[in-house]
Design a protein around this ligand. Sequence first.
Ligand code: BYC
Length: 344
Amino acid sequence: MDGDTLLDQVERAERALVDASRRSVRTDGDRPDTQERTVQDDFDAIIAAEQKIEPRDWMPDAYRRTLIRQIAQHAHSEIIGMQPEGNWISRAPSLKRKAILLAKVQDEAGHGLYLYAAAETLGIGRDELVAMLLEGRQKYSSIFNYPTLTWADIGAIGWLVDGAAIVNQVPLCRCSYGPYARAMIRICKEESFHQRQGFEILFTLSHGTPGQRDMAQDAVNRWWYPSLAMFGPPDADSTHSEQSMAWGIKRFGNDDLRQRFVDMCVPQAEVLGLTLPDDGLRWDADRDRYAFTPPDFDELARVIRGDGPCNRQRLAHRRRAQDEGAWVREAAAAHAAKRSGGTP
Ligand code: BYC
C-alpha cells in the first residue's frame, strides 16, 4: 500500500527536523549596516531557511492566530471524531475487533491532547479552546457530522477518513511551527496504522458473504465524497491557503492534496474489489493523474455552517460529556493543589 511511502515521508520530515535544529540561521542577510534589523526580519529569515519557529520566538500576530485556529480545529476534530467510531465499540463483531477499535479511539484522544498542548504553547489556555468549540466559535472537521450506520462504516472511516487525514497531515510534519510539526510526526505514525486497520476491515467484508460485500460497498459509496470534501474548499475559494503556504504552515493547496488522495485510493479500491462512486473517474494520461468529479462544495459549506446530518448531536454530546466530567476536573485540580501545598 501507499502507506509505506507516506511513512517514509514522515521519517524524512523527522530527520529534517533534527537536522534543522542543528543548523543556525544567518539573520544578518544582505542588509546594509545602516538599516536596523527588525524582529520581522528575523522571523522571515527563519521561515526562509526552513528552520522552526519556537514558542519563545517573536512571531506576527496573524501567524499566531492562524496557528491557533488551525491547531485548535484539528484538536477539536480528533475529540469529536471519537464519537462516530465510539458508537461501534459495544457492537464490534468480535473481541479482537473491539480491542482494536478501543485502541484506535484512545489514540484519537491522545492526538487531541498533543494538539491542545501544541496550541497552548501559543499562549492560549485549553479551557478557552474547549469553550470556543462548545460555543460554536471554533470549528471541527466536516467529516464527523456524518453518521456511522453499519460496521462497514468503521472500515470506511479507517481507510478513507484516516487515509485523507494522512495525506493532509504528512506535509504538516514540515510545518514551520516546531511544536505542531513535532506533534504531527507522532500523529502520522499512528494514523498510518489506523488506515491499515480500516483497509483490513473492508478487505475482510469485501471477500465475505454477498451481504457483507454489499455493506462494504454501501459504506464506501457514502464516505467517498465527504472524505474528498475534508480537504476544504477549492483553492480559488480558500481563505487561508495562500498566506499559510507563504508562512510554511501548509505546504500544499487543498486541491493538490485532494488529487493525491484520489490517486492513492484508486489502486487500493481495486485491491479491495470495491468501486469508487464516481462515473467520471478515469486515468488522465496527459496529466498523469486520475480525473474525478469534485465533491459538492455547497454541501461542505452547509455542513461547516452547522447543517450537516449530525452537527447538533455531536456538539450536544460533547457539551454533556464536558458537564458530566466537571467533578473529575475539580477533583484532579484539588488533588494537584493538595500535593503542591496550595489551593485549587
Ligand atoms: N471542515 O481557507 P481554508 C482526523 C474551513 S482529524 C470544517 O482552505 P485552511 C481524524 C476553514 O477552517 C481531521 N471546516 O482553510 C480524527 C476556513 O474557515 P475559518 C482534521 C473546514 O485552514 C479522528 C474555511 O473553511 N484535520 O483526520 O487553510 C479520527 C476556508 O478554508 C474544512 C485537520 O484539522 C473542513 N473539512 O484549510 C479519524 C488538519 N475545510 O476557520 C480522523 C489540519 C475548510 O476561516 N487542518 N474549512 O472560519 C488543515 O490542514 C486545514 O485547516 C484544512 C483547511 C485543510 C482543513
